[in-house]
Write a protein that binds this ligand. Structure first.
Ligand SMILES: Nc1ncnc2c1ncn2[C@@H]1O[C@H](COP(=O)(O)OP(=O)(O)O)[C@@H](O)[C@H]1O
Ligand SMILES: [Mg+2]
Length: 323
């Protein structure tokens, strides 16, 4: 378990983290999302001891991290695998040797039968059996990230920290990498921390998410809660899309079909009961891990506003009038 308590960090007088407190439970996939410059990478670097903080505490498995104690810092970093947007592979080494690198760094032999089995097992896990002796330049972006993931796992870490790991990849490749992270979490019991500016990433794999804005945690919770009931306008505008396509006359009402009541034929019932036709001007299916939520925007005439809202209040769907 990772407890981040009231963390503050400045660079040359500019405060980048402002009293950040987050608790990440064992074996969860935790997302940290926010705009570029929000402080996400700095927070991650404080967690794995690459950066020291000005005040506050990071407690890992009950033990506070002391970045000044070199031995405990090295042991901490050994328990944390890390992957990045730009993969950070060594061009002069092949796939096998890139993955073996952390073992070399720790003075472990990489050509013993056990080491070979370990490395080959990871190569199979990430699906690169036919690329064992390829150089990074011969690999696609997705394949490079798979090598980086295998390398991050070679010392059997407890945590896997991912900093914009899919930001340089196209959507299909991103899905494959996220599915791999999910498998690593479920099958190996590794806690995964995902830093990203992409809500799609959080929606696909995270159990919980913190929204970081300007060095502060604005909101924390389940991704679907944050998406459907954003607490602040800046979260809403960051997370939701499509509003620029909506009609500028009448009233736009967004409906969310989430869990209870989501099977009810609300729109057709409303049309019949109010004896009105409604146009649907935007609709989307939202995937959250294993759940799919529907969302659509109805445009109604201003004079029908009260009757429509009164009807919706009686249903189980979640709704919101868009400005
Ligand atoms: N080593 C550094 N020295 C000075 N400023 C930094 C350093 N690292 C990050 N910053 C600044 O801290 C802020 C947050 O950066 P960062 O943590 O990289 O944000 P994010 O990962 O959310 O994009 C930015 O304004 C950035 O310029
Ligand atoms: Mg960053």
């Amino acid at each position: 378990m990772i407890q981040i308590q009231d963390l503050n960090k400045s660079f040359q007088g500019l405060q980048v983290l402002k009293g950040v407190s987050i608790t990440i439970e064992d074996r969860e996939i935790y997302g940290i999302i926010g705009q570029s410059g929000a402080g996400k990478s700095t927070l991650l670097r404080c967690v794995n001891g690459l950066e020291s903080c000005d005040s506050g505490k990071i407690v890992i498995n009950g033990t506070p991290v002391d970045v000044k104690d070199k031995t405990s810092l090295r042991n901490l970093q050994r328990r944390m695998g890390m992957i990045f947007q730009n993969f950070n592979l060594l061009e002069r080494l092949d796939v096998y040797d890139n993955i073996a690198l952390p073992m070399k760094f720790w003075g472990m032999k990489t050509n013993t039968p056990e080491s070979k089995e370990k490395i080959m097992g990871l190569i199979r896990l990430v699906g690169l059996e036919d690329k064992v002796h390829s150089r990074p330049r011969e690999l696609s972006g997705g394949q490079k990230q798979r090598v980086a993931i295998a390398r991050a796992l070679v010392l059997d870490p407890q945590f896997l920290l991912c900093d914009e790991a899919t930001s340089a990849l196209d959507p299909e490749i991103t899905k494959g990498i996220l599915a791999l992270l999910q498998r690593i979490n479920e099958e190996m019991g590794i806690t995964v921390i995902v830093v990203t500016h992409q809500m799609e990433v959080v929606k696909q794999i995270c159990c919980r998410v913190a929204f970081l804005s300007n060095g502060r945690v604005l909101s924390e919770g389940r991704p679907e809660e944050m998406f459907i009931h954003p607490e602040f306008p800046e979260i809403k505008s960051f997370l939701r899309e499509g509003s620029e396509l909506l009609p500028d006359t009448g009233v736009n009402i967004q409906l969310f079909f989430t869990g209870e009541g989501s099977e009810d034929p609300v729109v057709t019932q409303m049309a019949r009961e109010l004896n009105k036709d409604f146009s649907i001007c935007w609709a989307k299916l939202e995937d959250f891990r294993d759940k799919v939520y529907g969302s659509l925007v109805l445009n109604v005439e201003e004079e029908d506003r009260d009757r429509v809202l009164e009807f919706l209040t009686r249903t189980k769907v979640q709704w919101e009038v868009l400005d």
